[in-house]
Design a protein around this ligand. Structure first.
Ligand SMILES: Nc1ncnc2c1ncn2[C@@H]1O[C@H](COP(=O)(O)OP(=O)(O)OP(=O)(O)O)[C@@H](O)[C@H]1O
Length: 221
């Protein structure tokens, strides 16, 4: 999946965080968004995962603007985009299995329940979470919750992964495992957008690094 950001301008409460920002990342490549606290990494993540639409500018997926996609094309785009939140984004009063079932139910309505459960067990095993499937996710440690958030994003075998603050909550050993996994995904053609200042993320994975300017412009109104 090729992802392009064209002329992104966005203000939060009259403060312009992005002004005509451009970036591009192709299949099998990794774009790392870095910069000091408050420079807009999470905001960029929200735009890249289409949680918010910028005031001006466009995100294009394989040359098609997200704004112009019809419902079917948009659903396809969502299925192919794995989104990993800094604080996992799991629903805390559902079990881990129920959380992992949500994207499968949304995007794979035709797949049988046992097949979905097998897929969930398989991804949970990859992250040593198989014994936690029946537990509510509020009972997971922050590292386990992060891994579960990654598992949920990878469950649909996405063509692109957008991750805010990868490895922030994950211990050293799992970080190595996840870095290797991301490298492997990249080699298989997955597009990565990682919002991070971590040296190992930049050194091991980045093809392009976009350092956001921490200067925040105040608009006139
Ligand atoms: N809900 C909000 N209300 C007001 N301002 C906000 C809000 N969310 C973000 N901002 C502002 O937008 C700018 C970018 O914030 P963002 O969270 O994207 O930064 P960041 O680079 O991810 O920071 P950090 O590295 O500390 O997580 C900051 O100036 C911040 O104060």
């Amino acid at each position: 999946m090729n992802i392009e950001f064209k002329g992104i301008t966005h203000a939060v409460k009259n403060r312009e965080v992005f002004c005509d920002l451009n970036a591009q990342v192709s299949s099998g490549q990794c774009l790392v968004i870095s910069g000091r606290s408050g420079c807009g990494k999470t905001l960029f993540f929200s735009i890249a995962s289409d949680i918010i639409r910028p005031d001006k500018g466009q995100m294009l997926i394989d040359s098609v603007a997200v704004n112009d996609m019809n419902a079917q094309k948009y659903s396809e785009f969502r299925r192919n985009l794995g989104v990993v939140f800094q604080l996992s984004g799991l629903i805390s009063n559902l079990t881990l299995e129920e959380n992992l079932m949500l994207p499968l139910n949304r995007h794979y309505k035709d797949v049988s329940k046992p097949e979905k459960q097998e897929r969930i067990r398989s991804i949970a095993r990859e992250f040593a979470l198989e014994h936690y499937l029946a537990q509510r996710t509020e009972q997971l440690s922050s590292g386990q919750a992060s891994l579960a958030g990654l598992a949920r994003a990878l469950l649909l075998k996405p063509k692109a992964v957008v991750w805010d603050a990868p490895m922030a909550e994950i211990d050293e050993q799992w970080s190595q495992y996840v870095l290797d996994l991301l490298l492997c995904l990249k080699q298989q053609g997955t597009t990565l957008i990682l919002c991070s200042n971590r040296k190992e993320v930049i050194e091991k994975l980045a093809d392009t690094q976009l350092e956001l300017n921490s200067k925040v412009c105040f608009s006139e109104h």
